[in-house]
Design a protein around this ligand. Structure first.
Ligand SMILES: NC(=O)c1ccc[n+]([C@@H]2O[C@H](COP(=O)([O-])OP(=O)(O)OC[C@H]3O[C@@H](n4cnc5c(N)ncnc54)[C@H](OP(=O)(O)O)[C@@H]3O)[C@@H](O)[C@H]2O)c1
Length: 330
């Protein structure tokens, strides 16, 4: 059987290097499942992977696409928690990623898809929300009543952190770039939204916290967003370093962290699968509970057809998208 797959033939921008090819149906190894893809959520990391700038660096040719919703076609040896025909969501096994009619998934990152979410929203339930949950709860220990500052609050991981912060009882300040994004961040539940293009982030955060600053900062942008965070972080505040969408990796001043008494916490969600797989499963169960209760719902802002994968990846790399971009197979 052959499938259709968007392969990166070499490293470079997605529009330059992705080509649609016929390929053999992938064979699942031990601990993997083969899945017919219903929907594939686009992550900023897909563009980094195509350029060879992500933590995971597969050799070309490879198929990107880190998270999907689909139907199980075949189950690797020794697996009992998934069966052929199950509708599942979760993480793929690149080089056989999700921008294909069939992909491989790691069984350790394969979960039942909630009936209440459609395929596109289900595809977007893992990376953004698990990253948010581990960042806010496990790393930063966010407490009810605290103030949470989320950078890029209308974006993929940012919008998930906003919803999870509200679900945890925090007061959420969202920072976004542009008026159209202000409306999205408000819809996601932010109590206060700061437009970084027209407002001073530090002054606004201090103003709305009576000078105290934010207890927890969720920071997927880097560059000026990180610097601003250090200037409006509260006493005993925690800055969770999530990513560098701006392209600039900050160099923290440790003397500043010391004199202001704040913590800088790194977060690489993907490592929890190796170090604490049970916590990843527990987190999924909690996310499904929150989704069933209507407390969280991935914001699928743009849907692309399967033929438009390079356009979908170009769109997220530009930094102007909101919520999640999803490629649908149907
Ligand atoms: N640590 C982890 O485990 C983990 C897990 C998942 C994702 N991530 C990382 O989180 C970051 C965000 O991913 P995402 O999927 O949420 O992407 P996204 O939706 O595109 O969010 C990125 C946002 O960053 C802001 N931004 C500011 N300056 C930018 C610039 N120069 N270029 C592009 N964007 C800029 C933009 O929002 P505004 O204009 O509103 O500021 C943009 O929408 C990525 O770096 C990704 O690799 C990390």
């Amino acid at each position: 059987m052959s499938i259709r797959a968007w392969q990166a033939q070499q490293l470079g921008t997605p529009a330059e290097v992705l080509t649609l090819r016929e390929a053999p149906s992938p064979r699942p190894g031990a601990g993997q499942v083969r899945v017919a893809v219903r929907a594939s959520a686009v992550n900023f990391a897909d563009t980094l992977m195509c350029r060879g700038e992500y933590q995971v660096r597969p050799e070309p040719p490879f198929v990107p696409g880190l998270e999907v919703c689909g139907d199980v076609l075949e189950v690797g040896e020794g697996l009992t928690h998934v069966a052929v025909g199950d509708r599942v969501l979760g993480g793929t096994a690149v080089p056989h990623g999700g921008f294909a009619t069939e992909c491989l998934m790691e069984a350790s990152k394969t979960f039942a898809a909630p009936a209440g979410l459609d395929d596109a929203a289900s595809a977007a339930l893992m990376i953004g929300y698990q990253t948010g949950w581990f960042g806010l709860h496990r790393r930063a220990g966010l407490r009810e009543g605290e103030t949470l500052l989320v950078h890029a609050a209308s974006g993929g991981v940012g919008s998930a952190a906003v919803q999870l912060g509200k679900a945890a009882g925090a007061r959420v300040i969202g920072v976004v770039g542009g008026q159209d994004k202000v409306a999205v961040a408000q819809r996601m539940g932010c109590d206060v939204v700061v437009d970084r293009r027209s407002e001073d982030i530090i002054a606004r955060v201090k103003e709305v916290t009576d000078g105290r600053g934010a207890d927890v900062v969720y920071e997927p942008v880097g560059g000026p967003a990180y610097t601003a965070s250090t200037k409006c972080i509260a006493f005993e505040g925690r800055i969770v370093v999530v990513g560098f969408a701006s392209g600039t990796i900050p160099e923290p001043r440790l003397n500043h962290a010391m004199v202001k008494n704040y913590s800088i916490l790194g977060l690489h969600w993907g490592l929890y699968e190796q170090h604490d797989p049970q916590a990843v499963r527990d987190c999924h169960d909690e996310l499904v509970r929150l989704a069933d209760a209507g407390r969280i719902e991935p914001l699928v802002a743009e849907r692309f057809g399967f033929e438009q994968v390079p356009e979908a990846l170009t769109r997220i790399a530009g930094g102007s998208s909101t919520g999640r971009i999803v490629v649908e197979s149907g």
